[in-house]
Design a protein around this ligand. Structure first.
Ligand code: KG4
Ligand code: ZN
Length: 358
């Protein structure tokens, strides 16, 4: 049997290494840097880069140990070579080059977003083409995934990513970070209809989205309540969270319905819509997307969260797919801070807190 591929990921605030053979994940190690950045309210690129450079060797060694092998058992090295925070990407690329130069193993540079986008093939064996919604703290876009190196971008956020908006709303309301889970929990006994929050860009055709105005609307509503009552009651927080979450859900569900309609025009034999990214953990959102897929007669696929959020198994797997279709990188592989998956699509206007992603 073929030897497994070693994957390395360091484009944001997780140092990760994994070993993957076929659709089997032999080891997947993710060391987060949350603690290092907590005091700064966001990822500090210089701190991230230094931490990756210090951590990656140990993370690779741990992954090899968990898979019960050393580098002699590895068949190739796949590394995230963009997009992301340049210092972190460089740390990963240098680690991969060191391993490739020292062992003679072939190496492949992988687009981080392609890693996310190909994950449903690793977890569920989805056939091309399928529709993908990437929705996290750093990404938000709809893609038709046609092959390991063939993507059509149907639309995305023109400002914040939804996870970023969840995190900011949590901060506005004094709830703990990461904001997604705390806003979802607070929403549980909230009234989503008490406050009329906007559904940005819903009135415009297409699949582009915007979330920054929604966050500002929550801020204004909070300020109005504080001015009126002198503070926020627990129920106010719950209602604000529920209203915000409902608005995000409505926008993503409607845009998913449109993206699915465009994708279905090509009439694939077994249509499927997949999601990835931390925000895909949101219960009401997941249920709404599932309904959208069911209504269109498409299969819905949401990989387990550990493979939905940043990890190196997706990079190893994407590297394997790329190598199978003849791709290789040389030791001159460059780190790319910006690297859109679909070079033909219009560039995004803004990009997230976690750095330029596409
Ligand atoms: O994919 P991820 O781990 O990292 C990147 O952004 O690349 O996503 C993290 C984001 C955070 O913004 C977090 O607040 C959000 O995903 N998130 C959620 C939930 N769990 C995590 N957002 C909404 N609902 C959730 N349950
Ligand atoms: Zn990511």
């Amino acid at each position: 049997m073929d030897r497994p591929i070693l994957g390395i990921e360091s484009s944001c605030d997780d140092s990760a290494a994994a070993l993957v053979r076929g659709r089997e994940v032999l080891a997947s190690v993710v060391v987060g840097q949350g603690r290092l950045h907590a005091a700064f309210g966001g990822v500090v690129p210089e701190i991230a880069a230094r931490a990756h450079a210090e951590t990656l060797d140990a993370v690779v060694r741990r992954a090899l140990g968990e898979a019960g092998m050393d580098l002699r058992g590895v068949g190739a090295v796949a590394v995230t070579s963009g997009p992301g925070l340049i210092g972190g990407v460089l740390a990963g690329v240098m680690t991969a080059k060191g391993i490739a130069a020292g062992t003679g193993l072939p190496m492949i540079g992988v687009n981080h977003l392609a890693g996310h986008a190909l994950t449903p093939r690793l977890t569920d064996g989805l056939a091309f083409p399928y529709l993908m919604l990437l929705v996290s703290g750093g990404h938000c876009q709809f893609l038709i995934v046609r092959g390991p190196d063939a993507f059509t971008r149907l639309g995305g956020t023109i400002d914040d990513a939804p996870g970023e908006a969840f995190d900011k709303v949590a901060r506005i309301l004094g709830l703990p970070q990461p904001g997604g889970p705390s806003v979802e929990a607070a929403s549980a006994d909230g009234d989503p209809a008490r406050f009329a929050f906007p559904r940005p860009l819903l009135d415009r055709p297409g699949c582009d989205m915007s979330f920054s105005g929604l966050k500002t609307a929550v801020l204004r509503q909070r300020d109005a309540l504080v001015a009126e009552q002198g503070g926020l009651w627990r129920q106010d927080r719950a209602d604000l969270c529920a209203g915000f979450q409902r608005a995000v859900r409505d926008v993503l569900a409607e845009k998913a319905r449109r993206a699915l309609a465009i994708y279905m025009e090509d009439a694939p034999g077994e249509p499927a819509m997949a999601v990835a990214g931390g925000v895909a953990a949101n219960g009401p959102l997941r249920a709404a997307l599932q309904d959208v897929a069911a209504a269109a007669g498409a299969r819905f696929c949401a990989p387990p969260l550990a493979l939905c959020t940043d990890n190196a198994a997706m990079i190893a797997f994407a590297g394997q797919e790329l190598m199978a279709s003849g791709h290789r990188s040389g030791l001159d592989l460059a780190a790319r801070p910006r690297w859109p998956l679909d070079a033909g699509a219009a560039p995004m206007l803004g990009y997230g807190r976690k750095g330029a992603k596409a």
